[in-house]
Ligand binder design. Structure first.
Ligand code: HEM
Ligand code: NAG
Ligand code: NAG
Length: 532
């Protein structure tokens, strides 16, 4: 009798002791992570604090401030670290730590793409098949890229700006945030699908607004899927949908699938040798060719992308959906910040224009409004243009946020700490780009910091090492060369013939705090004047 009465009580006590040990004592005192400074007193025992600042869009700023007082490695959750030292970054990102499931929201049509793939072997197989056409040398010598750029700049963008100088709209200016988003979508989709089968959002403003709205919904609400995947799974299961993300994904997915279908049809119908340069679907060709080669060499038993080999169409669409997303908003945000900063200094615009007109041929419009494309190598080598782009990517990084990775099975050394496997660990461009030892007065936009040439180049090496807008290591941005070339080309085309002036820049000085950082109001009204 006595024993029977005592046992439930005893069980409760044992359970309580176990829980206290497992969830309080162990994580705060005994875990190998216990030696690491805590971002918040509750960090060792709960994710609530970090989820809270993430949800309220304060993570980048708060963690950056905490790193300044607590050092380069801090614990932000029971199983999660934030780092901001360049040595830790090298260990994690150049060391090939794999991505966690956090990236699976970027699986499209239920199929992984390169960006969302977790295992390193699968990832590098895919990267091998497409990195060539995104390399600097390929882009600089590509007839297709050049023909597409010419059409978009001189056939679409500059006429639009010319128009804005002559019409009634002059006092209101023109919303360059929207124009740049259209330009960048037109650029990347032309390179992927060919100019005919890509978008023309510079003309089609209704489709532009529609797509941009869906992209916004997607990035505003995917945080639930990323941070609380089980909870969101359960919500969907019991019928609580995440309307905005799900609807946006469906719509954008169908739109991209149509672009893929049209390109596939054209590739079957057209004789490739008779296709004009600007119609070449460069990325599509490389990807489809790569998958075909993979099937040939590994047959159907391939462990690499088993779905890719059985459903080529879905895999191609998933990959290209991601490029269209990654290649558009990042570049559009950066261009908006470049033109905003330039619009604040007529002197800087004059210096930049002098540099641009030194190109031979340059991008000045002649009397019949036609113009030349510059030599890509010459364009790339212009020091002031390069400095303006780099400084904008530093202070206004379009992906300022944390890029999570997972520590590998065997414990690894991060700074002075030995970190066990399976721990989420991340660095951010926001924090790395505000290290005043490398970038004095980090909050000041000052392109000349990229021009100063010290004797032994030590400063320059330090700057380039710390520059992290495109990440680093094996998962670094595959589109960085495309983005740099495209941005330089667009800025050169505009500022060779126009000056820009601010009409309404409300919200530009505040960039949203999250994985991607947009100007909070997502608009920038500028007025253009033709230079004579
Ligand atoms: C200014 C423009 C751009 C910036 C700042 C940027 C930044 C980044 C960053 C930070 C990453 C790594 C993200 C992470 O691991 O969480 C990344 C990856 C990637 N970016 Fe970009 N990007 C830009 C333009 C482009 C363009 C034009 C493309 C066109 C295809 C592109 C395609 C990709 C892809 C496919 C990945 C995944 C690479 C991999 O997993 O191996 N990006 N980008
Ligand atoms: C796709 O592009 C090809 C040229 O490469 C063109 O012949 C075809 O008409 C285009 N398809 C559509 C639907 O625009
Ligand atoms: C812009 O184009 C006009 C010709 O249409 C030309 O006269 C002018 O010099 C150009 N401005 C610059 C800065 O190239």
């Amino acid at each position: 009798m006595l024993a029977d009465e005592a046992s439930p009580g005893l069980a409760i006590v044992i359970l309580a002791v176990f829980l206290a040990f497992r969830y309080l004592l162990y994580p705060t005192l005994l875990s190998p992570l216990a030696r690491i400074p805590n971002a918040h007193w509750s960090s060792p025992i709960s994710r609530l604090w970090i989820l809270g600042i993430r949800y309220t869009h304060r993570e980048n700023r708060i963690l950056h401030a905490l790193h300044r007082s607590l050092g380069p490695v801090i614990r932000v959750g029971p199983n999660e670290l934030s780092i901001n030292g360049i040595d830790g970054v090298r260990t994690v990102y150049q060391g090939g730590f794999e991505k966690p499931d956090w990236y699976s929201v970027f699986d499209n049509y239920g199929v992984p793409c390169m960006f969302s793939t977790r295992p390193a072997a699968e990832h590098s197989a895919r990267k091998r098949s497409i990195s060539n056409i995104y390399s600097k040398s390929y882009i600089q010598s590509s007839q297709s890229a050049s023909a597409q750029g010419r059409e978009i700049l001189y056939g679409r963008l500059l006429p639009k700006l010319l128009d804005s100088t002559s019409k009634m709209q002059v006092p209101h200016g023109i919303d360059m945030y929207s124009v740049f988003m259209a330009t960048t979508m037109d650029f990347i989709s032309a390179y992927i699908f060919g100019i005919e089968n890509g978008t023309n959002l510079l003309h089609d403003e209704a489709l532009r607004d529609h797509l941009l709205e869906h992209y916004k919904a997607r990035s505003d609400y995917s945080v639930f899927d990323q941070e609380l995947p089980r909870l969101t799974w359960l919500c969907r299961k019991i019928g609580i949908p995440f309307w905005t993300v799900d609807a946006a994904n469906k719509e954008l997915g169908e739109w991209c699938m149509r672009l893929c279908d049209v390109t596939k049809k054209a590739s079957i119908m057209n004789n490739p040798s008779a296709t004009e340069a600007c119609d070449e679907p460069v990325v599509w060709n490389a990807l489809v060719g790569g998958l075909a080669k993979e099937t040939k060499t590994s047959g159907s038993s391939s462990v690499l992308y088993p779905t890719a080999l059985t459903n080529v169409d879905l895999s191609v669409a998933s990959e290209l959906f991601d490029h269209v997303l990654a290649g558009q908003e990042t570049v559009g945000i950066t261009l908006s910040y470049i033109s905003w900063r330039l619009s604040q200094s007529m002197d800087l615009q004059a210096d930049l224009r002098a540099e641009l007109l030194s190109l031979a041929p340059n991008m000045r419009l002649d009397r019949d409004e036609s113009a030349s494309m510059p030599d890509p190598k010459q364009l790339d080598a212009l020091p002031l243009l390069h400095a303006v782009v780099m400084e904008t990517l530093r202070l206004h990084a379009p992906i300022p946020g944390y890029q999570p990775r997972e520590t590998p099975e065997l414990p690894c050394q991060i700074g002075p700490y030995l970190v066990p496997g399976g721990v989420r660990i991340a660095a951010s461009a926001y924090s790395l780009h505000r290290d005043e030892k490398v970038f004095p007065e980090p909050e000041v936009w000052n392109p000349t910091r990229w021009l100063s040439s010290d004797g032994d180049g030590e400063e320059r090496k330090k700057r380039n090492r710390q520059f992290w807008a495109f990440s680093s290591g094996g998962r670094m941005c595959v589109g960085s060369n495309f983005a740099m070339h495209e941005m330089k080309l667009i800025i050169a085309a505009i500022y060779s013939n126009f000056t820009s002036h601010i009409v309404d820049d409300a919200g530009m000085s505040e960039q949203s705090d999250g994985y991607t950082g947009r100007p909070v109001h997502e608009r920038l009204f500028l007025r253009f004047e033709r230079v004579v």
